[in-house]
Design a binder for this molecule. Structure first.
Ligand code: HEC
Ligand code: HEC
Ligand code: HEC
Ligand code: HEC
Ligand code: HEC
Length: 200
């Protein structure tokens, strides 16, 4: 394991634990124990190797390959709301990704002359749906708990965490939502920075 990585990991653990009162420190230990950095094996079998673990850690992940050429840029130019397709975002933890039936509420009638829309109509007739590849997510070993609804209620913009979607065709990971990103805003806005707010 290279020294720079060891130092980064120690710094992550150390800044997280400095000045924590006793109960927070206990929580910190629980979180650290269950994380991939807290165990004696540095990386878990879920990763192919240390390079992969480091790449995930620094957010340098391969661009996801999507099964269909859906474009945010085209749809948002039509003044559509995020909630037209991400219906859970204001009400629950997950935003949700749209399936074929959501798309076809419009495309049964809109842009039916376009080859891609004709391809969708055929897919629907064959009973096929989209299996979108995930863009923003955390490895299971990080045990991160995130909820959209409290952020939308607190008027945090989608673009703060996902960038300007009007400029993106397929969604890309333009914001690196690492732990410092979350913790810094929580500090500024006086939201809880208890370890168990964001970890399970
Ligand atoms: C017409 C439907 C539609 C609208 C409107 C829409 N999206 Fe999406 N969104 C999708 C589809 C389809 C995907 C999956 C394909 C992809 O990742 O590009 C997606 C994926 C995403 C992702 C990546 C999710 C992940 O982690 O896998 C983000 C973030 C996102 N959208 C944000 C937004 C925001 C913010 C808005 C409003 C400004 C918005 N979307 C409006 C259809 C839509
Ligand atoms: C405070 C940061 C933050 C804000 C604000 C935010 N998101 Fe997210 N979003 C995330 C994180 C973190 C994830 C990944 C969560 C996970 O998979 O564990 C995510 C995932 C998603 C996903 C894919 C998975 C899912 O939740 O179904 C979509 C779609 C999405 N966001 C859309 C939106 C839209 C639309 C808005 C604005 C209405 C928005 N987000 C606002 C942080 C944010
Ligand atoms: C609320 C209505 C609505 C929904 C829902 C919707 N679209 Fe669209 N879509 C449009 C409009 C409007 C256009 C632009 C038509 C134009 O430019 O002539 C469009 C254009 C398109 C095009 C053609 C782009 C091009 O230029 O070739 C495709 C492909 C497409 N949408 C796919 C999807 C997919 C996939 C979904 C579901 C994830 C979806 N749409 C959901 C309204 C919608
Ligand atoms: C730009 C500011 C900002 C960012 C970035 C941010 N948050 Fe938040 N978060 C808030 C605010 C404000 C609240 C609402 C506090 C309230 O409702 O009193 C909140 C609430 C939460 C809650 C609910 C807490 C509860 O008590 O119910 C969780 C969980 C959470 N955030 C996790 C995260 C995670 C994980 C990230 C990073 C992916 C993140 N947040 C990034 C501002 C932010
Ligand atoms: C406001 C949200 C938030 C709070 C509070 C928070 N974390 Fe995190 N933490 C995250 C997010 C998000 C990640 C994932 C970062 C990534 O994968 O890029 C993370 C990652 C970690 C990791 C690395 C896990 C791994 O295997 O990748 C450790 C260890 C960790 N946190 C410990 C702590 C401890 C200890 C505390 C309390 C002192 C704490 N966290 C408080 C959001 C938070």
């Amino acid at each position: 394991m290279p020294a720079w990585l060891v130092l980064t990991l120690l710094a992550l653990g150390a800044t997280a634990c400095v000045d924590a009162p006793f109960s927070e420190r206990q929580q910190a230990e629980r979180v650290l124990q269950r994380s991939r950095w807290g165990t004696s094996s540095v990386y878990t079998p879920a990763r192919t190797g240390l390079a992969d673990a480091a790449r995930t850690h620094f957010g340098l992940r391969a661009e996801p390959v999507q099964p269909f050429a859906y474009s945010h840029r085209v749809h948002l130019a039509q003044e559509m709301a995020c909630t037209d397709c991400h219906q859970g975002v204001e009400s629950g933890p997950r935003a949700g990704l749209p399936g074929m039936n959501t798309c076809m509420t419009c495309h049964a009638a809109i842009a039916t002359e376009k080859p891609l829309v004709q391809a969708m109509t055929k897919m629907q007739a064959e009973g096929r749906d989209f299996a979108w590849a995930r863009v923003y997510d955390y490895p299971r070993e990080a045990h991160v708990r995130f909820e959209h609804a409290p952020h939308i209620r607190a008027k945090v913009e989608c673009s703060t965490c996902h960038g300007d979607m009007r400029q993106q065709d397929v969604a890309r990971r333009v914001v690196d939502m690492d732990m410092a990103f979350c913790v810094n805003c929580h500090k500024q806005q006086q939201a809880s920075n208890d370890c168990l707010t964001c970890h399970y």
